[in-house]
Structure formats: structure tokens, C-alpha cells
Design a protein around this ligand. Structure first.
Ligand SMILES: *Cc1c(COP(=O)(O)O)cnc(C)c1O
Length: 428
């Protein structure tokens, strides 16, 4: 098989059928959702203090189950993790123009949550092997206006939380985490996402488990938990009733989760360990199959941790002679769906380059001393930029079910493309 013509060059593809799609939703979710519909009460939230301020029966049950499973004091559901991120930053009660250090390698919503709170995202570089915030770069990015670090557990494993926490402690900063892609992974015996001041998870359709749209905030801090619950549900109506003194940041939203989603979420949470396990089995099989392909490295798992593989990270040697885009196209021609080149460099987005978010006066950067304005120039995150521009390749692990038969086809496609890189060299 490996010596037939590459599909990109007109040969037969290794994979001539669609890969089995990933599907976490089944009869359990159908029945749970139907029971809510039959009850007629699709949300029991009330937007003022009293019964219903904290949500309906399924929301409360789902939050209790989540807190129990993840070993945290508080789990607070929201209508999306993008909303949860805005709430997490808001709960810190920052001053406009305060700075929050985050990763350029994440979904745009992570950094947007900082801007939504009139604060300034400062991008620090990532680790070349784990793709999470590099603690050394974080320390170097601290200024007198830094108030928090927003770390991202990208692709399915934990950021270096002990190092980031000790930097936060040394400088009096808060630590937030975005664990949208790593539910159920662990680091040093704790669930990823449960060690920061506030963390959280996504329940969006594309993630390991989902409720269509949704998210869950987690914290062990009673005060943050109350602030998050107020922000979720028209906080300005309830601060007096809940006896909150520092009300800055508590201008509320309606970012509540419905009862149908919560009922589905309960079923999904039960399935999480099995779904994670199946990603790990598939990743191990692909890892073993790709080992030995010249110039290709399967990204390592952080010592002391487990990886849940939202994405399997691959890096190409700097000296590779075939451009990454050609390899991705060749793989895709062989029928490997879900392979992609590069990830992101958030600092290159137009709103940072043009500093245009709230009107046209450059707010919130206009609050900074012009001599010390946050830079979004190329070169601020050389490791992330290099990986994005040339050497990183990802394989989506939550788009397909990936039974052994399918992972073996993926490995065969990689092997075929790699064995014929000579033929691709002139194809750039
Ligand atoms: C998916 C994702 C989000 C956003 O979550 P939603 O629930 O879709 O709003 C934020 N950060 C990261 C890293 C994500 O992968």
C-alpha cells in the first residue's frame, strides 16, 4: 500500500470512506431531555433574589454532581464557556486598564473575556512541547498593572499550574484557568482546571461532552462563587440581598443554563470517563503508529499528568524539506479528515493590531502610559509564532469516534505520505 501513488498526485486514497463520527449523545440524553419537556418547566431561574435565583432542580443537581465529580466546592453552570470566561474575569473586580496575562494559543474567547471587562490581554509565549503558557515568559510579561494570569489547558492537558501559581503568589496575582479542551485530565492526582482561583469547562457541541451550548465554572472560594452566581443572573438586582460590599464587576448578565441542557449535562458527565478513555486509547494507538516517522514528533504528555486528547499535537523538524501545508494536503487527500496545520496567534487578530474594540479611541489601551503600551507585534511570542507558521500539526480527536480500524487507517495514511515525501518535494 505504501508504494502506490499518493492520492494528492492522482493515486487511490488510503481511506475511501468517511471516518466514523464522534457521538456522545444517546438514548439517556433523549430520555432526560424528554422528561424536562414533559414537565413544562424548561428553566426555573428567577432574576431577582429568592427562590429560583440559583436555578431550577436540574441545574442544581447538575452543579452538585459536577462539583462532586471534580472535587471542588462550587460548580456554577452558564450558557457557554465564553460567557463563563467573561464572568470569571468580572468576578475579579478589575480596574479598567488592568492587565491579564494569557496565551496566544487558545480560542479567541479566552482573551476576549479580558477585553469584555475593560482590561488588557497581554500575550506571553508558550512551551514548545506542551503548547501551554511558558512560566518564564509569564514572569517576564508582568508589569505594575498586571492583576491576573489566565492559563489555558490547551489540547487536553494541564498547563504548568504549580509554576504559574507560585508566580501568581509571588506577585499578588489571581490565577484563572480555561479547561475547555481538557475535561477529565489530571495533573499530580488532581483534575485539571480545579486548582486555580476560578476555572471552567465548555459544554459546546465540539467538546468531549456537550449540552449543545453550555459551560461550567468551578471554584473552591465561597466569595468568588457568590460573585459568579450574581454575574450570571442580573447581579445588580441582588447585591444588597446577598450582602455584597464590593459590587464592582457585578453588573449582571443573563448567562444561565436551561433545565434541558442541565438534564443532558448530568447524563454526559456520567459518560465523561468512558469518552476520555476512548480518546486515550485512540491516541496511544496513533502515537505508537507514528513513532519512527522521520522528522515528526508526537507531543509528549506532561510528567505527572494525563492527557484527554482534544487534539493530538504533532511537530515537524525545522529541517523538514516538505512544507507543512503540502503534508496536510497530502494527508487530507488520503482521507485523513481532522488534520490541520498551525493553530493560532491571537495577537495577530485585527482588534489587537488596530486596538479597535470599544469605539475608535483605542480603549482600553488608551488608559496605558504611551511609553509602556502592551505590544502585539510579531516577535512577542516567538515559540508560538514559529509553531503556528511552520512546525505544528494537529489531529482533531473529538471529531471522530476513532475505533482501532479507523486509527489504523490514519496511521497507514501518514506512513504512505511520509514514505513518499520525495514525490512531494517538488509539489510545493
Ligand atoms: C471551546 C473553547 C472556548 C469557548 O467555549 P464555548 O462553550 O464554545 O463558548 C474557550 N476556550 C477554549 C480553549 C475552547 O476550546
Amino acid at each position: 500500500m505504501t508504494h502506490t501513488t499518493l492520492a494528492l498526485l492522482g493515486g487511490q486514497p488510503v481511506i475511501d470512506r468517511p471516518l466514523t463520527p464522534y457521538r456522545s449523545i444517546g438514548i439517556e440524553e433523549e430520555q432526560a431531555a424528554a422528561a424536562v419537556v414533559r414537565s413544562g418547566v424548561l428553566s426555573a431561574f428567577v432574576g431577582s433574589p429568592g427562590d429560583g435565583f440559583l436555578g431550577g432542580p436540574r441545574v442544581l443537581e447538575f452543579e452538585a454532581a459536577w462539583a462532586e465529580h471534580f472535587g471542588v466546592r462550587h460548580a456554577i453552570t452558564v450558557n457557554s464557556w465564553a460567557s463563563g470566561l467573561v464572568a470569571a474575569v468580572a468576578a475579579l473586580g478589575l480596574e479598567p486598564g488592568d492587565e491579564v496575562i494569557t496565551s496566544p494559543w487558545t480560542m479567541s474567547a479566552t482573551a476576549a473575556a479580558i477585553l469584555h471587562n475593560n482590561a488588557i490581554p497581554v500575550f506571553a509565549d508558550i512551551e514548545p512541547d506542551y503548547f501551554c503558557l511558558d512560566p518564564v515568559a509569564v514572569e517576564a510579561a508582568i508589569t505594575p498593572r498586571t492583576r491576573a494570569i489566565l492559563a489555558v489547558d490547551i489540547f487536553g492537558q494541564s498547563a504548568d499550574i504549580p509554576a504559574l501559581q507560585s508566580i501568581a503568589d509571588a506577585h499578588g496575582l489571581r490565577l484563572l484557568t480555561d479547561t475547555a479542551q481538557a475535561p477529565g485530565s489530571t495533573q499530580d492526582g488532581r483534575f485539571t482546571g480545579t486548582s486555580a482561583d476560578i476555572g471552567g469547562f465548555s459544554l459546546n457541541y465540539h467538546k468531549h461532552i456537550h449540552t449543545g451550548e453550555g459551560g461550567v465554572l468551578v471554584t473552591d472560594d465561597d466569595d468568588f462563587a457568590l460573585r459568579l452566581r450574581l454575574i450570571r443572573n442580573h447581579g445588580e438586582n441582588a447585591v444588597e440581598a446577598y450582602g455584597v460590599d464590593d459590587i464592582s464587576g457585578l453588573l449582571g448578565y443573563n448567562i444561565r443554563l436551561g433545565e434541558i441542557e442541565a438534564a443532558i449535562g448530568l447524563e454526559q458527565l456520567r459518560k465523561l470517563p468512558q469518552l476520555v478513555r476512548s480518546r486515550q486509547v485512540a491516541a496511544a494507538r496513533i502515537r505508537a503508529g507514528l513513532e519512527g516517522l522521520e522528522g515528526l514528533t508526537v507531543a509528549p504528555v506532561r510528567p505527572g499528568g494525563t492527557h484527554v486528547y482534544y487534539v493530538l499535537g504533532l511537530t515537524l523538524d525545522e529541517s523538514a524539506e516538505v512544507p507543512r501545508e503540502v503534508l496536510v494536503r497530502a494527508l487530507s487527500a488520503e482521507g485523513v479528515t481532522g488534520a490541520f496545520g498551525g493553530y493560532t496567534c491571537l495577537h495577530r487578530a485585527p482588534m489587537y493590531q488596530r486596538r479597535q474594540v470599544f469605539g475608535h479611541g483605542g480603549f482600553p489601551w488608551s488608559l496605558q502610559d504611551p511609553q509602556h503600551r502592551t505590544s502585539y507585534a510579531d516577535g512577542i511570542c516567538p515559540v508560538g509564532e514559529r509553531l503556528h507558521d511552520a512546525t505544528f500539526m494537529g489531529l482533531e480527536m473529538c471529531a471522530h469516534d476513532l475505533p482501532a480500524a479507523d486509527t489504523d487507517l490514519i496511521v497507514a495514511a501518514f506512513t504512505k505520505v511520509w514514505s513518499q515525501r520525495d514525490a512531494l518535494r517538488d509539489h510545493a
